[in-house]
Design a protein around this ligand. Structure first.
Ligand SMILES: [Cu+2]
Length: 447
């Protein structure tokens, strides 16, 4: 499927067509990944893909409130949150309110772009369904990204914010490849904790030499030695030991949740932020065991982004770790060393080109930073515990916060929190055709 390349080339008329399908997807299960699409969505790709990177990507995010699900919460497990969600480009806040207001998604859609591209991000403020009295404005702040003028940086004190019922379109040119984060910067301690947070990354122009951001051989679905992409412009062939090439990529956005400010906001009360002390730890807005459910799982209609990592033995895997909470986290994949090749959208090289990447068992991720980590999936081990699904047998490696106090859902019995799995298959997993693609665990045909 050429979702990725086609979406970048769309003219306005095509985009309107696409937007109709997008609305259905949001209603069905949340917008996961609208620049790339996802198997099973209605993002049919009719247009031919021109040879070079197109001029314009358009994404429309609406802000509203609603409820997410956290295992361990009392009662129906719901938690009051704010968030960004993908909506049709041409719609106005007034058009959108009846369908989307109060129907929020967390975390925000993963935005994948190519170096040198123009990117227009329209932000519409729908207002809050549960707190109509709270007329907060919102912004989009693309953290660490250089902007042409401060207006597009989304820091309200230095530019402005979008009031209820209004829209504004940010304009960017993607200069630097790497992994970034975005969030609302209006009353940012509150709005970030309310989960107005997302992952955004820029793929290097080096991918173009491979036939586009995703190699054509890979798109054709055949077995291919061509990588899915490169993490950075490393100038190296994929066979070089220092190459940043990967076969599969996953975006993992970390945060913690203190339920009290959420409950107090819902009840029209203030929280004293000095007392912040979270009870939940999440990856992509999900806590274990929800983390290992696939993308767009119907049981999590407001948390469509999976935290599950799936690979075949021998695959090169890129983990784009990002963090928009307030604590430091120590992340590991138990039994698989990680090679950290990028910090905060910088390839780890010295001024003279010296290799500064490093191998580690534990990656420390501070608030508002990102880490690009590569590993090669180990050989399948039939002698180790083996599980199986529609794609055959696999071994499980835990992807987790190594602080065991953060492997809990509010102190409830059993494993929870910032824990997910790396599943290494015995060759049966299809190739990824888009970043963060998961493969449903059901038997085919898939819904
Ligand atoms: Cu906000």
């Amino acid at each position: 499927m050429e979702h990725d390349r086609v979406t970048r080339k769309l003219r306005r008329r095509d985009f309107l067509t696409l937007a109709g399908g997008s609305a259905l997807t949001v209603l069905a299960g949340g917008a996961l990944y609208k620049t790339l699409g996802e198997p099973g969505t209605s993002l049919a790709a009719p247009a031919p893909a021109p040879a070079s990177i197109g001029p314009d990507v358009q994404i429309h995010l609406a802000v509203t409130d609603g409820y997410a699900s956290l295992p361990g919460r009392v009662g129906d497990q719901t938690l009051y949150v704010f968030g960004f969600m993908e909506v049709p480009w041409a719609s106005t806040p007034q058009d959108l309110a009846s369908t989307y207001k109060g129907n929020v998604q967390i975390v925000s859609p993963i935005i994948a772009l190519d170096e040198g591209q123009e990117f227009h991000l329209k932000l519409s403020n729908l207002g809050l369904a549960v707190r109509p009295d709270l007329d907060d404005a919102h912004t989009v702040h693309w953290h660490g990204f250089p902007n042409v003028i401060a207006v597009f940086d989304g820091v309200p004190m230095q530019s402005f914010a979008v009031p209820v019922g209004k829209s504004f379109t940010y304009a960017y040119v993607t200069r630097d490849p790497g992994t970034f984060i975005y969030h609302c910067h209006f009353e940012d301690v509150e709005h970030v904790q309310m989960l107005m947070i997302g992952s955004v990354y820029v793929r290097p122009v080096q991918n173009e030499g491979n036939g586009g951001s995703i190699p054509k051989a890979r798109l054709a679905g055949g077995a291919s030695s061509a990588p899915l992409g490169y993490t950075y412009n490393d100038g190296l062939p994929p066979t070089d030991p220092l190459s940043t090439a990967y076969d599969r990529e996953f975006s993992l956005l970390l945060t913690e949740i203190d339920e009290r400010p959420h409950d107090l906001l819902e009840a029209v009360q203030e929280f004293v932020w000095a007392y912040y002390e979270p009870q939940y730890w999440t990856i992509n807005g999900r806590a274990y065991p929800d983390t290992v459910k696939p993308n767009n799982d119907p049981s999590l209609p407001h948390q469509p982004i999976s935290s599950l990592v799936q690979a075949n033995a021998g695959d090169r895997v890129l983990l784009r770790l990002a963090h928009l909470g307030y604590q430091q986290h120590a992340m590991e994949v138990v039994g698989i060393p990680l090679k950290v090749v990028g910090h905060d959208a910088n390839l780890l090289r010295g001024p003279g080109g010296a290799d500064l990447s490093y191998w580690t068992n534990v990656v420390y991720v501070a608030p508002s930073t990102t880490r690009d980590c590569l590993f090669t999936a180990p050989a399948f081990d039939a002698g180790a515990p083996v599980e199986s699904d529609a794609y055959g047998d696999y071994n499980v490696y835990w992807l987790q916060n190594r602080n065991y106090n953060r492997q809990t859902n509010n102190g409830q019995p059993g494993l929870g929190g910032m824990v997910s799995e790396v599943r290494v298959y015995n060759g049966g997993l299809p190739a990824q055709t888009a970043g963060h693609q998961t493969f449903p665990l059901l038997s085919p045909p898939f819904p």
